[in-house]
Each structure stands twice: as C-alpha cells, then as structure tokens.
Design a protein around this ligand. Structure first.
Ligand code: ZN
Length: 229
C-alpha cells in the first residue's frame, strides 16, 4: 500500500520547519562563545596595557627614590659647608654632582610622566572596551537563553506534530522514514528538470509526470520520498 501523499507532504513540511529552527538554534548556540572570546581578547588587551602602565609607575618610584637619595646627599654637603666641617672643596663637588644628578633625574621623571599620561589613557580605553564586551556578553547570554528556550519549545511542538502524522502511515513506512532520516538527515526530496534535487540522479520526465499526478514514489538512489514541489 502506498503511503498517503497528504500525510507525507505534511511530514515534509514539519521537517522543513524543524530544519530552519535547528539552523537558528545552532547559530544561537555560537553567540555566547563568540561574545566570550571577544571578552577574553579584551581582557588580554587590558592586562597588557595595565602591565605597561604599572611598569612605568615602578620606574617613576625608582626615579623618585634616587631623587630623594641625592637630595639627602646634597643637604649633607650643604650642612658640611654651613658648619665648616670637612673639606669645603669636596663638599662643593658633592653639591654640584648632586644638583646635576637631581636635574637629570627630574628631566627623566618629566618625560616619564608624559608617557604615563598616554599609557593611562590607553589603559582606560582598554578598561572601557572590556566593560562593553562584558555588558554585551551578559546581554547576549540572557537573550540567547530566552530564544533557545523558545526554539526548543517550537521544536518539541513540531516533534509532536510529526508523530501524529507518522502514526497515520503504515508501520513499514514509519520505519522507512526513521531509517532514511537517520542515514540521510532528511527523508524527502523534490524532482526538478527530471532529476532528484538531493542526489541529482536523473529520474526522467515520466517519473516527474507521475509525481505531478500525485503518485508516491521514492528516489531509487537516495531512497527519499519525492514530494511535489
Ligand atoms: Zn535522490
């Protein structure tokens, strides 16, 4: 007994809708990992900017410590001169050396602080970018979860609808459907220009005519049912 064409067409229609939903579900499932990957990259950029900025702060502290040390030595030389202790010439030499060293260190500090302004801006921009990525991840996560739940609901409804139609087919044909679906991913094809649209086997104009007249036939090569398109 040939399966009823209306039932087969109804199942083919359900399968078509389910395929679209599965495709969307697969896309939805990729959204969160993609947003997570963006966050990882943004975090890496922020960490790198922070490291450079902190290295600059370390260098600033080191230069300040040196300024402090030379300032102490300069004060000691000034004290020695005031009190007239030790060699005045040595104290003057020390004073000059310290003044020159402090000048040099302060020049270095000024340059460093200028660079640090830029590094600080880079770090702030990286922090902002990371914040945006994290906000987007939260948003994508929430909307994706909601959409996935909706899609699963629609797919479950289609599964139930398919079962109702399948139950109307002879048991042998039900088995056939499940077997072809398992092996091929789809149980239906169309005929176009005399050829199967799935496996491209040439079936000839006679078969095309039969399909148009409502006969239920299967493709001899891929075993799918041919439904009118
Ligand atoms: Zn075929």
């Amino acid at each position: 007994m040939e399966p009823d064409l209306d039932t087969l067409s109804a199942i083919a229609n359900v399968d078509r809708q389910a395929t679209l939903l599965v495709r969307e579900r697969d896309k939805q499932l990729l959204l969160v990992p993609a947003a997570e990957e963006e966050c990882r990259a943004a975090r890496g950029a922020r960490d790198a900017a922070k490291e450079v900025f902190e290295a600059s702060r370390d260098e600033e502290r080191r230069l300040n410590r040196e300024v402090h040390a030379f300032t102490g030595r300069k004060a000691a030389a000034e004290r020695a001169l005031d009190l007239g202790t030790g060699s005045a010439a040595a104290a003057i030499r020390q004073l000059d050396q310290c003044t020159a060293a402090i000048d040099d260190l302060e020049t270095q500090l000024l340059e460093l602080l200028e660079d640090q302004d830029e590094l600080g801006e880079t770090l702030a921009a990286a922090e902002r970018a990371l914040g945006q990525c994290e906000a987007r991840l939260t948003e994508v996560g929430a909307s994706s979860d909601a959409r996935l739940e909706e899609l699963e609901g629609q797919l479950a409804a289609l599964d139930a609808e398919r079962e109702v139609h399948l139950a109307q087919l002879p048991v042998e044909e039900q088995k056939r459907y499940r077997l072809v679906i398992d092996h091929k991913g789809s149980a239906f094809t169309r005929i176009d220009g005399g050829a199967c649209k799935r496996c491209y086997t040439v079936l000839g104009p006679q078969r095309e005519l039969e399909v148009k007249r409502g006969r239920v036939i299967t493709c001899p090569r891929c075993a799918r049912w041919i439904v009118p398109g």
